[in-house]
Design a protein around this ligand. Sequence first.
Ligand SMILES: Nc1nc2c(ncn2[C@@H]2O[C@H](COP(=O)(O)OP(=O)(O)OP(=O)(O)O)[C@@H](O)[C@H]2O)c(=O)[nH]1
Ligand SMILES: [Mg+2]
Ligand SMILES: [Zn+2]
Length: 350
Amino acid sequence: MVDTADLVPLGWSDDLAEAWAELGSPGRPARVSRLDRGWSTAVRDIAEARGAADPLRIRNIGADVAVGDWIVPSDDGERVEHVLDRTSAFTRRASFDGMRAVSHTLAANIDVVFLVHALGSPPSPRRLERELVLAFDSGADPVVVLTKTDLTDDPEPARAALAEVALGVPVLLASGITGDGIEAIRGYAAGNRTLAFLGASGVGKSTLVNALLGASRQAVTEVREGDQRGRHTTVAAELVPLPGEGWLIDTPGVRAVSLWLSGNGIERAFADVFDLMDGCRFRDCKHDQEPGCAVQAAIAAGDLDPVRLESLERLIAEEAELEEEQRAREKAADRRLGGKKPPESSEYRD
Ligand SMILES: Nc1nc2c(ncn2[C@@H]2O[C@H](COP(=O)(O)OP(=O)(O)OP(=O)(O)O)[C@@H](O)[C@H]2O)c(=O)[nH]1
Ligand SMILES: [Mg+2]
Ligand SMILES: [Zn+2]
């Protein structure tokens, strides 16, 4: 019988213990720290995580594995036998593979998702809205980090612009260069929790990770002079232990935040607009020209930015399209494989 006490510093939890027990407590669970083509690296204890012992290298052919996942190797240690049910996962739509949409899970079994934005370029509340939908859908707690505070004397306008769409979500200020706000971020890792950093290339995710580690572990490159865009320096997600306790997942910057839906992320990210909709006179109100529309009344009163309503409508349409596509795809797969689903790609594409 495996002593799972060893796994607690790796982020093992009651929910994972339950998922493992449901499989009949096979083998010894390990946590995926990085993925390379066809191979996973997984750590079995804190010594391996800290580089004092060699981690497991295992083939993940046929297994849908993401960084942060808990896996059980086959008896011969050759391949991934099981992937434990995830407690959370940040998943976006990656790209088209031919005509079919492919999902990409950037990080699994995470407790907090830091949505990183940078001062030094204009705030992008529209992008944040999409990130929040995915973050709420992930099952982890979203936190917004506005970094590069050293680049401005007054972060307040940008902070306010993001706070307006980050309903009930903390907006932290930080700098990976000066160390401003780093201790507040570290606080979230108490209790061996896993923190994932997500955001566009060049916003400073890896710099924050290095500041938290107190070491230049992650490569960092300068953004382009003109438009502050990054150069996609981080190319693969990686799970890294903090010096004290807790885990960080640095991820590659993603250009487009496209929906991949599972839960009620849209409802949570746009709770303010849905609350208004409840006050419309007609239940089937389109929030356009109808009399008694509470949404239009709020826009007229200056209480709701009309752009936010447009964002919501676009996201709902995108969700509907995706659901339609998934239905069509499942039907086609059923016909082809007699009910067996094709494996998901877990490669990073942008
Ligand atoms: N002034 C300042 N520059 C920063 C800060 N954080 C990051 N930078 C700079 O921004 C550039 C990009 O930082 P990275 O940490 O590589 O950004 P990233 O989000 O990891 O980018 P990708 O890996 O491409 O997704 C580098 O030149 C950093 O030195 C900060 O807090 N202040
Ligand atoms: Mg990076
Ligand atoms: Zn209405």
